[in-house]
Design a protein around this ligand. Structure first.
Ligand code: ATP
Ligand code: MG
Length: 752
């Protein structure tokens, strides 16, 4: 370091400087979390501009999110002063490719004003093609084709590149034909999907020497952050662009590769060294982010992974506090404790935005949101919607609102054709017209239209059963506890079935969210009280400039850091996820472990890991097993506490469930048609011992349980103890000791 150093070099360590100053030739920076990879990359941009090695428009810089691009642009601006105009080619792969493709659209048969389809449009098109090809779309749903085509696009494959083995995976080999037909349709519509942005640019660069040369000439320097998460198509695109000048600098960490489900290939790191022989490989080992305790914890966990490039991390930071592992009783207590800890922090003068809660799955945010709403703690959800604003939650709420208040026209409109009932825009318009003419709510107008010929016979039939269903649910609402009512509505409306048919990771998450919604309802006395709560939650828009607690998934937290991080739900089946345990084998488990590494390394001063002893799944309390990742933490760096005192009655409830065949149903995922996962013996978490048990709670049919009989004494979560008076399918008439006679669904009771 010298006093004449330009500002962007000040404070960088030797290998970081090397990463900045080795401007020409290929450079690969391979280093662990928090070692200043992004900082070095940002300084490198600044250096290239400062020394006039390139104009802003001659730099191609790729970040993983739009937000990261924005931050990098701002930081470079600060480092070299505002003499630098914004860099047009700084952004995500998608943003950059979209911009390029607009210039060359005609080369792939599009016009420059092409539209970019969203997933819904995409699936609608695929569905049409599947139908047109006379393929059974129940067996081969559009979603599955969509997943397949995405995968091919991530690999950089056009229809011609798909090999027979791959194509065999869909409708007896029709996949490739459908892919070709889909691309033709898109072209005819002057449209492309997300995957096409890259694929088309790749095609153009491969095919058109002049265009390729133009970009190779333009981009004097190429920089890539989060390199471990690039997929093949992205890699090939980078390689083409860098081939001439070879001034490409990628920074990444193989231990943080967490997007293999989106086609990311860690192998690209190894490929880089082959494709760019003589590349400078720079390793950064000093961590500037976290305390030694946090680093030791993260390093110990990731050391359990087999396939690693391996690296050292050290820090000069003072020891700080040990990683806290907090055992709590259940989900609500988890949220309560985190709320308390954050308030303690506030009292010590820590701003709210120094605190972040990281979850494995989206649905885990709900309990925290509800808690923070009720104690008035401002929060924001990053990289996703607030729980009650998610599409499937809004749909479910619309059904409930409609049952609660038939005059709720907005709710009617939202769900009248969700799932699809053949009541399209035209039918809805007719209902609207009738409602206006008669000054009545849509539900009432719909009922009247059933006797007229204003709608087609098919629409009348369909509307008739919808209107009848609403009436039926209103009746049911009188006798049934509202969480059970909600479950019935979701079943009978076909909403659950619609998501189940869908078979994607996304729809599994949506089903989990719905389960979580039902769970949330259990905490309120009546449907009305619950809906009231929700409308208050929705209204809770804190001021934009106010400091807030952040709640987000680990995936969304990549590259970020916070002084204090709360890691919620470290339990088998939540984290690692049940999906990874059931389906993915060792690679999936190792990816979960990398997620744990990412999660821990977001913390600067303090990491608090939480696990609950009990989770409520489909209305049943189940005991949860602490995550294996907790076992992998090194004892000297961890402080373990448990707040499990009291709760005697719950213990008993829990024990009584052990007589029930589903007593050990643990961590159900809501995937599949009515199947839940159960762990035999409750304490064994090896995936091979996991068996499936049919749980009536989510079954589509109304078959009752075989283990219940009239006269039996049972326990119900909400109503307590009672005796069965009558059994009808899966519904029980129970005389409760406290609550009187009620009709409940059998999955809610355990034998007392
Ligand atoms: P991740 O793998 O999580 O993306 P990273 O390697 O990109 O992490 P950065 O985010 O660049 O790490 O840096 C981590 C923290 O260390 C930041 O707060 C950054 O400002 C700080 N930092 C980076 N380099 C130095 C340095 N040489 N001296 C002091 N602080 C530094
Ligand atoms: Mg980074």
């Amino acid at each position: 370091p010298s006093p004449d150093d330009p500002p962007y070099l000040a404070g960088l360590n030797a290998p970081q400087r090397q990463a900045v100053l080795t401007t020409d030739g290929p450079v690969l920076v391979l280093a662990g979390a928090g070692t200043g990879k992004t900082a070095a990359l940002t300084a490198r941009l600044a250096h290239l501009l400062y020394t006039r090695k390139a104009w802003p428009s001659e730099l191609l810089a790729v970040t993983f999110t739009n937000r990261a691009a924005r931050e990098m642009r701002e930081r470079v601006g600060r480092l070299v002063g505002d003499a630098v105009e914004g860099m047009p080619w700084l952004g995500t792969f998608h943003a950059i490719c979209a911009k390029m493709l607009r210039r060359h659209a005609e080369l792939v048969g599009l016009e420059s004003n092409f539209t970019i389809l969203d997933t819904d449009d995409q699936l609608r098109l695929m569905k049409q093609l599947i139908q047109a090809a006379n393929i059974d779309e129940k067996r081969w749903p559009a979603r599955q084709l969509g997943g397949l085509i995405d995968r091919w696009k991530n690999r950089g494959w056009t229809p011609a590149d798909v090999d027979a083995g791959e194509a065999a995976g869909f409708a007896d080999g029709a996949g490739q034909r459908l892919y070709a037909a889909y691309q033709d349709r898109l072209r005819a519509l002057n449209a492309c999907d997300f995957g096409d942005l890259l694929l088309h640019m790749l095609t153009i660069l491969k095919r058109d020497r002049a265009v390729l040369a133009q970009y190779q000439e333009r981009f004097r320097y190429i920089l890539v952050d989060e390199y471990q998460d690039t997929n093949s198509a992205q890699y090939l695109w980078l390689r083409l662009l860098a081939q001439e000048r070879k001034n490409i600098c990628c920074v990444g960490d193989d231990d943080q590769s967490i997007y293999s489900w989106r086609g990311a290939e860690v192998a690209n790191i190894l490929r880089f060294e082959q494709d760019f022989p003589g590349a400078a490989i720079i390793r950064l080992e000093q961590n500037y982010r976290s305390t030694p305790h946090i680093l030791a914890a993260a390093s110990a966990v990731i050391a359990h992974n087999g396939s690693r490039l391996g690296k050292t991390l050290w820090t000069e930071a003072d020891a700080g506090e040990k990683v806290r592992v907090l055992g709590v009783w259940d989900g609500p207590e988890e949220a309560r404790r985190v709320g308390e800890l954050i308030e303690d922090g506030q009292r010590r003068g820590e701003p709210l935005d120094h605190h972040a809660i990281l979850v494995r799955a989206q649905h885990q945010t709900r309990e925290f949101e509800d808690r923070f709403i009720s104690i008035g703690l401002p929060y924001r959800i990053v990289g996703g919607f607030r729980f009650y604003e998610r599409a499937e939650i809004r749909d479910a709420l619309a059904y409930l609102r409609l049952v609660n208040q038939p005059a709720d026209d907005l709710a009617f409109e939202r769900v009248v054709n969700v799932p699809k009932r053949g009541l399209g825009a035209k039918a809805v318009e007719t209902i609207h017209r009738a409602a206006r003419a008669e000054h009545m709510p849509l539900t009432a107008a719909a009922a009247q239209l059933l006797d007229s010929d204003e709608l087609t016979a098919a629409a009348r039939r369909s509307l008739g059963s919808f209107v009848a269903a609403i009436a039926r649910w209103r009746d049911m609402a009188q006798g049934l506890p509202h969480p059970e009512l909600a479950r019935q509505i979701l079943e009978e409306s076909g909403y659950t079935a619609m998501l189940q048919a869908d078979r994607t990771a996304e729809s599994a998450g949506r089903l989990e969210n719905l389960t979580e919604l039902v769970r949330a309802m259990e905490e309120y006395e009546t449907l009305g009280a619950f809906l009231e709560h929700v409308s208050l939650v929705m209204d809770n828009d804190a001021r934009a400039d106010e400091a807030k607690v952040t709640i987000m998934t680990i995936h969304a937290a990549k590259g970020l850091e916070f002084p204090t991080v709360y890691l919620a739900g470290w339990e088998e089946g939540i984290f690692p996820s049940q999906r990874a345990l059931d389906e993915g084998g060792l690679p999936a488990l190792e990816e979960e472990r990398r997620l744990a590494y990412v999660a821990l390394t977001r913390a600067r001063r303090q990491a608090v890991i939480l696990h609950a002893a009990n989770r409520r799944i489909y209305g049943q309390w189940t005991s949860a097993i602490p995550s294996r990742f907790i076992d992998e933490l090194p004892a000297p760096h961890v402080e373990t506490e448990s707040s499990m005192t009291g709760g005697e009655s719950l213990w008993r409830a829990n024990w009584s469930e052990r007589a029930d065949p589903f007593a050990n149903v643990a961590r159900g995922t809501g995937r599949g048609p009515g199947w839940q996962r159960a762990v035999t013996g409750g304490l064994d978490r090896s995936p091979t011992r996991i068996v499936e048990a049919r749980a009536s709670a989510v079954s589509l049919g109304n078959k009752g349980r075989g283990d219940l009989a009239v006269g039996m004494r049972v326990f119900h979560q909400k109503f307590g103890y009672g005796r069965i008076d009558a059994i009808e399918g899966n519904k029980l008439e129970i005389r409760f000791e406290q609550a009187g006679s009620k009709r409940v669904i059998d999955s809610f009771v355990t034998i007392a």
